[in-house]
Design a protein. Sequence first.
Lengths: 389, 394
Amino acid sequence: MTDFDLIRKNLFRKPLRTILLTVSIFMAFLIFGMLTSLNVALNQATESGSSAERLIVSNKINFTQPMPIAYVNRIAAIPGVTGVTHSSWFGAYYQDQRKSRFVGFAVDPETYMDLYANDVRLTDAERKSFIAERTGVIVGKALADQYGWKVGQTVPISSNIYVKADGRRSWDMKISGIFTGAKPTDSTTALYFHYDYINETTTFGRDQIGNVAVRTASPDLNDRVAKAIDATFANSPAETSTVDEKTFARAFLKQAGDLNFIVSMVVAAAFAAILMIVSTTLVSAMRERTKEIGVMKTLGFSSPRVLRMVLGEALMLSTLGAVLGLGVSAIVLKGLAKSPAGTQFGDLSLPPLVAVVGLLLALTLGLLTGAIPAVSALRMSIVDALNRR
Amino acid sequence: MGLMSQTRSVIAMNVRSIPQRLWMSLATVVSIALVVAVLLGFLSLANGFNQTLKGSGAADVAIVLREGSEAELNSTLSRDQVDLLAQGPGVRAGPDGRPMVSPELMLVVDGIKKSSRTKANMPLRGIGPNGLLVRKQAKIREGRMFSPGSNEIVVGAGLLREFEGFEMGKTVRFGAQTWRVVGVFEAPGTVFESELWADAPVVQSLFNRGTSFQTARVVLTSPAAMPAFVAYAKTEPRLQLKAQSEQAYFAAQAERSGLLIKYFGWPLGIMMAIGALAGALNTMYASVSNRAAEIATLRVIGFSGFSAFMGTMVEALVLSALGALLGVAICAVGFNGLSASTLGAGFTQVAFRIQIGPEIIGQAVTLALVIGLVGGIFPGWRAARQKPLLALAA
């Protein structure tokens, strides 16, 4: 019988106790796996399509405040700028404002598809027809699937912001193409249409735009270009604030609240609980076995070997719970990724890094919970051990 | 000895023996406390936010938006429409004898949130002389109201807690304009506390809004006057606006914020509860096996199986009740009253205080007691069915 067999036999001598401990550890790792992965996915979904290479120019007061469309050409003339496009939030919805809201932007098609060629993937034919068709709209694949929209179909897209002269708030748009993202898992629940189409028919906000996206010759120029843009419009009625896209996206996510903080608090609470449960149970389990340890030592098991066996038992227990917990997290996340709510998160899966961190946590947990019983087993003299009841 | 007194003495014996299993019992108590603290943390976060929204709405104040607008931000009203609204049925007259109507503008400006040190959306509201009148809860706490026609702002106490740079006397810049903070107002437990207020005509001119407003708040003679006023706003051809009671407007927003608890708080609480339950079961099984000889002796001298069951059951419930108590205490001391803020339905930050309440304490304590109940039943069953002679022979 190897030491490993002994450890295994010891661990399952009271199967119910071991199963219950495994359930405790499993739950903690399930919470860890799910929450951390959701947090990672949320961060990625916010940043997906945003790159540190593009700059976003918005009104300095707040990104919901408009800027004159004339800014686009003035920004294009700034040295170091190689591409400029603009987009305006439309507050888009389809039929029911409460139930079918989605991301919709009025854009300049040609320049937009140039700057975001990688994030908004279309066939050449679709691209050409979108540019040519004034009432054209391109729809993300997920959105098109949701409403069963096909290329060539005309759909009424409403705005909770803009109004037409006749008081109506919906614009008929012809679907020119259905786009996919850079990765298959990228969220494609958005649509883009011609700014000009909206601008010539809206009753207000004419010749105003929301944000400008800027591509520079090299990321090294970003800081200088951003400063130059903001300086150009300083002391004008619409001053600007220019940051890279990633910074912009991160600041927006943080508006919801400190998610990282909440996630770490919950995970810490879950682990504090199992740390106590497992270590106290192991101490009491080891106490039951004091006599046996005395016998083992009498038979010539060295103290370090006894220590290794006790630690091994704790490590086996925590690894078992962790592997189960992380495994089930991965399965649940995969299931969630297919649900309607899950698609909002984009790439929903257990990232390898989370799995590695989880296993390291299991190792730490095993060592911590095994430490007290292991040391007491190490120190125990044969006489004391055999004397105990 | 009757069944009751038997049971009583076994329970006493069980509870008194808890210190013998001090560490495992303590681990059970603390793990249950952590379950309660996490669940209650989420519940009180949502509770605080909801209470703030609900506290903001009055039943006799109508909020008027453009038809089809869900939020103040994307609504528009003209000066003429505001005048027509003032002539509507059931509008209350103010101290000066004129209708209590407050036409307002709502803009989003950037502020730096203290907690994250990043930019976040703050509401800047342009109000007129009736702005304070239509909000009974609001009053100037420090300094004074802005003077009409000037670049002065007053700051809500909640916003002051959550954002930096808006203290009394400070100068703030929105784009190219500078404003001076001349007062702090409070409106405890309402969303208004998260706002900046300035003179409506100044906001109109500095933000190129012409003479248009976004919303109007109208005080009616009583909540009963609401339906008639709502109908007037909708059917009058020159209006065609959506009026609703402020109370209903904010209640709808609160409804949507319940998702956080539904999708995060409860699932997490239950997952942690299962983990803690496994710990509790272990502790109680250990208790039963520790006292095997004792239980057997009692059975031999005529104690019933029921009393053995109850002894274990009550021990488990005592541990879970202690855990619940500790968990509620952690929440009450650690979280209750803390200031937090999040992006509200109006696309701006809403500052609120985390708030524990009897109803949510009840929910969290119930979860703890369920852990105790389930954690006691199975070990109790084992205690009751233990073969007395077998246990004594061991």
